[in-house]
Design a protein around this ligand. Structure first.
Ligand code: FAD
Length: 446
């Protein structure tokens, strides 16, 4: 068995300045790309060996896409980069005094450090919800959701207890942000086009999809117009929307809302919030609401040569008093901009402040139905917004293989109304689910 003390980071010494980047997501990946040609050694640490395209994660969860269609390995992405080193390891701590980052395998000295660790699911301290709900932040979590959905349908087709069947066919999605809306729309289309063929004897009018939102509108980060439109599209698809409703608890069997209303369900998808993926060693005074306070060149408040970009960074500007939105574009733009500033710093040239260019936002609800907020207070809906959504997502996917795979998959679905990946490859079994464990053991699948 491999032992950690037999491993080392194995990064060669260098006379060049060493830039260490923690996290190769939208921000980190674009920073590495934009540093190509700059005379530095670049070291990228990421706990996973690929860059994930999270806007399409819900499609993995709803059996629309295979996971490898939305992920690109770093080793392929940065093939041929000189003086670049990638290590698959989680950074556990940084020390701004000694300029050292720590991992379970070893430590490394940096000259410039960039924290691009993104965000993680926020359960708001509710351990019970954390234990039983299904978050959607990583590919393994999306695969858990896919397995859970399909297992619920399989079990519902076998149970003779109507109450049990109802609880298997109730799906509750907490959070009516883009993730919740997109997942609900996709599940509703599955109910309409796919499931009745797969399970001919089952009555899918009994399958309920709830979207529960604590605020008073659907798509809170978007305009009222887009929120109302998305709500209408979802309701047309038969999704039940509960606004101004907060989830209070979930024990794996029953969701209880503040006010006492309850729904029996085996599946609560948790898309109700995120918080920054903070690393130990960042001074407490530089952290606000789970994000790291940075100045207009993304340098962490009170520290020198340590920067934060993307979701984790909180840059308060007059136009963005609560920081930039936690979406891909600020991360991409900050990664590219920081590379230019690092290059300027190395040449002793003055740096330039970050200026965010808001390209607008999009959310898809289903076939031919999407909403878009464009710069200049323009709002689009329906087919045109749907086409824009398809185009933007294909063009931002990393790598030709992913673009081709997603495009072919979408075309197949468009014409056949099918989902090709309704596979339970890795069954989902809760730690305390005795029946699930028994079924898995009987079928030799766990
Ligand atoms: C389900 C979902 C749907 C979304 N939909 C949209 C959308 O439609 N449009 C949009 O614009 N945005 C969307 N977003 C938000 C968008 O994905 C984020 O804003 C963006 O990913 C932020 O980029 P980032 O580089 O800051 O972080 P990320 O892209 O999350 O990258 C962070 C990286 O850091 C790594 N990491 C974290 N901690 C450590 C550590 N300690 N050590 C080593 N590595 C570490 C992670 O493995 C990851 O690779 C969505 C997000 C999710 C989860």
């Amino acid at each position: 068995m491999l032992q950690f003390d037999k491993l080392s980071l194995n990064i060669p010494d260098t006379t060049k300045p060493r830039v260490v980047i923690i996290g190769g997501g939208f921000g980190g990946m674009n920073l590495v790309k934009a540093l190509r040609g700059v005379d530095v050694q670049v070291v990228l640490f990421d706990k996973q060996n690929y860059n994930g395209f999270w806007p399409l994660l819900y499609q993995v969860g709803t059996a629309g896409l295979e996971p490898d269609a939305i992920a690109e390995p770093f080793r392929k992405m940065f093939d041929g980069y000189k003086d670049f080193f990638y290590r698959m390891v989680r950074v556990s701590k940084i020390n701004p005094e000694t300029k050292i980052v720590s991992t379970v395998i070893g430590e490394l000295h940096y000259d410039y450090l960039i924290i691009a660790t993104g965000s993680k699911t926020n359960f708001f301290g509710n351990e019970q919800i954390q234990k039983y709900a299904f978050p959607l932040k990583t590919i393994p979590e999306a695969l858990n959701i896919r397995s859970q959905f399909l297992q619920c349908f399989e079990q519902a087709s076998m149970t003779t207890d109507p109450e049990e069947q109802q609880s298997l066919l109730n799906f509750v999605i907490a959070g009516a942000g883009p993730t919740g809306v997109e997942m609900a729309g996709s599940l509703a289309e599955m109910r309409k086009y796919v499931l009745p063929n797969d399970y001919p004897g089952m009555d899918f009018s009994r399958m309920n999809i709830y979207v529960v939102e604590g605020l008073g509108k659907v798509l809170p980060p978007m305009s009222d117009e887009s929120g109302k439109r998305a709500q209408r599209y979802l309701e047309d698809l038969g999704v039940i929307i509960k606004l101004n409703t907060m989830v209070e608890s979930y024990d794996g069997e029953t969701v209880t809302f503040k006010g006492g209303e309850q729904i029996r369900t085996q599946t609560l998808v948790w898309g109700a919030g995120v918080t920054g993926a903070i690393i130990d060693g960042i001074p407490a005074e530089a952290v606000e609401k789970g994000r790291i306070l940075v100045d207009p060149i993304n340098q962490i408040q009170g520290l020198t040569n340590i920067f934060a970009i993307g979701d984790i960074a909180l840059m308060k500007l007059p136009d963005y008093p609560r920081g930039h939105p936690g979406v891909a574009q600020p991360a991409i733009q900050q990664g590219k901009h920081l590379a230019k500033n690092l290059s300027r710093m190395l040449k002793n040239e003055p740096t330039k402040p970050f200026d965010y260019f808001d390209k607008g936002s999009l959310a898809i609800v289903g076939r031919s139905r999407a909403v878009a907020d464009l710069p200049g207070n323009f709002h689009l809906g329906g087919f045109i917004a749907w086409m824009a959504w398809l185009f933007v997502h294909i063009s931002f996917l990393v790598g030709f293989r992913s673009k081709l795979s997603v495009f072919t998959n979408w075309m197949y679905r468009l014409f056949t109304y099918q989902r090709s990946t309704r596979l339970i490859i890795r069954p989902f079994v809760r730690v305390d689910d005795k029946v699930g464990k028994e079924i898995a053991a009987q079928n030799e699948i766990a």
